[in-house]
Design a protein around this ligand. Structure first.
Ligand code: GLU
Length: 481
């Protein structure tokens, strides 16, 4: 049977790392089997679902490159089908109306607790042969409960947790439709997975307690012989303090990582490794993950999120990427800084130079702004350190030679800077640092030949002119005269 995996987020907030990892595992599982991935937006909780959260899920998956079968399914649009399934269960005798009020159900739970049992609904309204049901109270809209089997054991084989067995006596009769007739999560999820032909349910282990109930509902709907989906419950992600990962641990929302300059491939690598390993390999391309990932090798214990390691993985990806693979993110970050319309070739050229030193894509964009924006001010500290009597003359000489240079290429440019240093009998740094300040306003930039080569000749010469004027021996050396 062809693999159909699904990712079923509830759009009640941003897509966080836990959700993204579940999506990634589902995507990898489907991809390596040439299967399909269904995205189902579980938006039935109208009060908590927001259009912004739906957009954020789409945006985050798109950014990560986790594609899915189009169009995405909106659970809220399937209500007719969910009601049909509830009616099927009612007609089969696998569900029944329950008129107990919230207070009564709470009292039942209390009684169970007092007897040292698990709090549960006591089955008052469950029909049974020979049983007389209470008279329905007037003006009460009943809920519908699933008549969970009362004996036997639900077995399922979880790819991550192994064999799981739950006695039906542990499970009470779940509400599948509220008093107003709206279907509940456990019903919707089963109907949607069955209808979509889902073969693999990979989801957070906060759902593991729902699984035996959902299997019972699925059996009731699809028949005892039907082949049901396989499960893999992915353990949660903790912060370094052992608490469930949340905002107070820093960035957890996927798109925040983008804003922080993380590459999608790096985040995917990091998330895949969070709770999964392949020998001691740390760095994986997406293709390698598709090749090597298996659910069976995901650890059953919770994983700890480590932002420093993510930063390291990110820098490694930046360093080793094909520059062309960095252009989308570079363009995105440049746009955030107000720089638009940079063509692909230029972006790749910049990335090729900057990738050796940028810690993040945000740094790469920021450190490349000098190429697009005039130098607004010279860094005071750098000026005090590197600009001396005579510096302006050195820069003026350099300017003349650069103007005359036949080729505007890193090699020729580097040689020219060296020649100026030699002729003035000063160290290379005494030319390169003032030059850097002239070109970028700061004392940090890529190797000086490349810093120059990335600039247009005209721009470089103009900036040198400005610096020569600003650093002239009789002027205020801060350039603010
Ligand atoms: N919508 C549920 C959630 O976001 C997931 C349901 C499922 O995967 O079965 O937690």
């Amino acid at each position: 049977m062809a693999t159909v995996a699904r990712f079923a987020p509830s759009p009640t907030g941003m897509l966080h790392v836990g959700g993204a990892r579940t999506a990634l595992y589902s995507w990898l599982h489907a991809r390596q089997r040439n299967g399909r991935l269904v995205l189902r937006i579980e938006d039935t909780d109208r009060t908590r679902s927001t259009p912004e959260a739906i957009e954020a899920i789409f945006d985050a998956l798109h950014w990560l490159g986790l594609d899915y079968e189009q169009p995405a399914v909106f659970q809220s649009e399937r209500e007719t089908r969910h009601r049909e399934a509830i009616n099927q269960l009612l007609a089969q005798g696998d569900a029944y109306y329950c008129y107990a009020s919230e207070e009564e159900v709470e009292a039942m739970r209390e009684r169970a607790r007092a007897l040292g049992n698990k709090p549960r609904y006591d089955g008052t309204w469950r029909p049974a042969p020979g049983k007389t049901l209470p008279e329905p109270p007037p003006n009460v809209a009943p809920v519908v409960r699933f008549a969970n089997p009362q004996s036997g054991t639900v077995h399922f084989s979880d790819s991550i947790r192994g064999e799981v067995a739950i006695d039906n006596t542990e499970l009470d009769d779940l509400v599948i439709a509220r008093g107003d007739g709206t279907p509940t999560y456990n019903l919707c999820v089963v109907v949607d997975d069955l209808d979509a032909g889902v073969t693999d349910i990979i989801r957070g282990d906060d759902h593991v307690n729902n699984t035996p109930r959902q299997i019972n509902i699925a059996r009731a709907l699809a028949g005892a012989e039907a082949e049901l989906p396989r499960y893999a419950h992915v353990p949660m992600i903790l912060g370094a303090d052992g608490a469930r990962l949340s905002k107070r641990h820093g960035a957890v929302d996927v798109l925040t990582f983008r804003r922080d300059g993380i590459l999608p491939a790096a985040l995917l690598n990091y998330l895949a490794r969070l709770g999964w390993s392949y020998g001691d390999q740390e760095l994986f391309s997406v293709d390698e993950l598709v090749d090597k990932f298996t659910l069976e090798t995901v650890q059953a214990k919770a994983a700890v999120f480590d932002p420093d390691k993510l930063a390291w993985v990110n820098q490694e990806h930046i360093k080793t990427a094909d520059p062309a693979a960095l252009t989308d993110e570079l363009a995105w970050h440049l746009r955030v800084f107000g720089v638009t319309d940079v063509d692909q070739t230029r972006l790749a050229e910049i990335a090729a130079v900057q990738q050796k030193r940028a810690r993040t894509m945000q740094d790469m964009a920021r450190d490349s702004l000098y190429l697009f924006q005039p130098v607004a001010a010279y860094d005071d500290k750098a000026v005090r350190k590197h600009i001396r009597t005579g510096t302006a003359a050195v820069l003026a000489d350099l300017r003349e030679r650069l103007m005359a240079l036949a080729d505007w290429h890193a090699d020729a440019l580097g040689a020219t800077v060296q020649a100026v240093a030699g002729d003035h009998e000063i160290g290379m740094g005494k030319v390169a640092q003032p030059l850097r300040i002239a070109l970028t306003g700061t004392p940090v930039s890529p190797p000086i030949d490349q810093t120059l080569a990335l600039l247009e000749r005209e721009t470089a010469l103009t900036r040198l002119d400005d610096a020569v004027a600003a650093f002239a021996d009789d002027s205020d050396e801060t350039g603010n005269a």
